[in-house]
Design a protein around this ligand. Structure first.
Ligand SMILES: O=C(O)/C=C/C(=O)CC(=O)CC(=O)O
Ligand code: CA
Ligand code: MG
Length: 417
């Protein structure tokens, strides 16, 4: 599909994240006015509440003056399609309905969490990442757990600590115990890490007690965001047996401000890799379950005038799709809600420059990597900024995700020191 030309000139640039083909939804505010729903177009945010107020946009019910996308998502796929169609018409090249009053330059907006996160679940679906972490945590003979090729492994995370891009995060306090220490100690995490992930946003609820098929699950997904599942590797390594990550991943998860819709991603669907063992029927997905999304991670130390790209990979690297994960999530009767967020799991490609965590890039801290400033890193130091970016490459346009960025601040005071 080619670029759809827009009346907004900046949206027609081949390097804009937000051409008319994209139309990602978010929540913005400007000086003196409250948060409301918007779409990104070129270098602007288009204020949907302003358009809705006088009937230039109609979702079927008034939803866009809200400070979150949940009411709009809850209207369901027919309303999503109808709004996408209306916006495509309003923003097309040559369209004449006045919209200038609703356009705000992106550099003048404050981003808010785009939706109220009902619950947050995180998966473990890159074979390369799982093998690398397994090797480091449990030894090469246990690289991949015996269930990994059969179950999309996940754990229940914390919705309360999901924050929007640009929010700085304090290094967590917690327990850690190096293998050779006699007893655990308490203090700021010493092995702070990122996880490069894609977050699927559920826009249609499924009732408690009712399993769903993979096809039904796919249709329930409203869109996707970039997701950084900040991780404290020393806290995680000590706490995770036998119930999995807890405090090591509960202090902050950053998502990008714009939800890129499933509709915008449709031309970029990519096949799942061949199954390595027979798959149970409830997990089978006939349609291409992944997307061809180029991803990168940038690191910028404090006081530096430039960032270093420390990893480049692609969402095609995954073994399980979000639809398979969602179907697995619900199969025992777990109800899913509008605003549920599903982390894909860390996305790692085969080589060191394609890994989605510092744990892998520095191989457990044993092989520090260099930044363009001349400094080296194994894990994150205070003041470092980490930024995730992603886009699909179309013919003369891209479907961009914007970025998910955050800085790690020093830990809060340790009142037990
Ligand atoms: O193998 C383990 O013990 C834990 C691995 C993780 O870091 C969990 C996680 O967040 C999975 C992921 O993002 O892929
Ligand atoms: Ca994770
Ligand atoms: Mg987290």
């Amino acid at each position: 599909m080619p670029l759809i030309a827009s009346r907004i000139a900046s949206a027609n640039s081949a390097t804009s994240d937000f051409p008319l083909n994209n139309l990602p939804f978010g929540v913005i505010s400007t000086a003196g006015s409250p948060p409301r729903c918007a779409v990104a177009i070129g270098d602007f945010a288009l204020d949907l509440a302003a358009l809705e107020a006088d009937g230039r946009l109609d979702a079927g019910a008034p939803v866009f003056a809200a400070d979150r996308l949940n009411p709009f998502m809850a209207l369901g796929p027919a309303a999503w399609a109808r709004v996408r169609e209306q916006l495509t018409t309003l923003l097309a090249e040559g369209a004449e309905t006045p919209i200038d009053d609703a356009l705000v330059p992106l550099d003048a907006v404050t981003h808010h969490l785009p939706f109220a996160v009902s619950e947050y679940t995180d998966f473990y679906a890159s074979k390369m990442h799982a093998s690398n972490v397994g090797t480091m945590f449990r030894g090469p003979e246990n690289a991949l757990p015996p269930n990994w090729l059969h179950i999309p492994i996940g754990y229940n995370g914390r919705a309360s600590s999901v924050v929007v891009s640009g929010t700085d995060i304090h290094r967590p306090l917690g327990q850690r115990k190096p293998p050779d220490a006699a007893a655990p100690t308490f203090g700021p995490s010493l092995r702070m890490d990122i996880e490069l992930e894609l977050g699927a946003v559920v826009g249609v609820a499924s009732p408690w007690g009712a399993p769903i098929t993979v096809e039904e699950a796919d249709a329930m997904i409203f869109g996707y965001v970039l997701l950084n599942d900040w991780s404290s590797r020393d806290i995680q390594a000590w706490e995770y047996v036998p119930l999995g990550p807890f405090q090591g991943k509960a202090f902050g998860t950053t998502i990008s401000p714009w939800v890129v819709t499933r509709a915008a991603l449709e031309p970029f669907r990519a096949p799942l890799p061949p199954r390595e063992v027979p798959e149970l029927p409830y997990l089978h997905q006939a349609a291409p379950g992944l997307y061809d999304i180029h991803l990168e991670v940038a690191m910028e130390p404090p006081g530096a005038d430039r960032e270093t790209i420390i990893s480049r990979t692609n969402y095609r690297e995954m073994y399980y799709s979000s639809a398979q994960q969602l179907a697995h999530h619900a199969v025992g009767g777990c109800g899913m809600r509008v605003g549920d967020l599903l982390g894909s799991g860390t996305i790692s490609g085969p080589t060191r420059g394609e890994h989605g965590s510092l744990l892998e890039i520095s191989w457990g801290g044993k092989e520090p990597f260099a930044l363009d400033t001349g400094e080296t890193r194994s894990f994150i130091e205070d003041g470092d900024r980490l930024t995730l970016r992603g886009h699909c490459e179309g013919e003369g346009y891209r479907i961009g995700f914007g970025e998910a960025t955050g800085r790690i601040l020093p830990a809060v005071a340790n009142r037990w020191a």
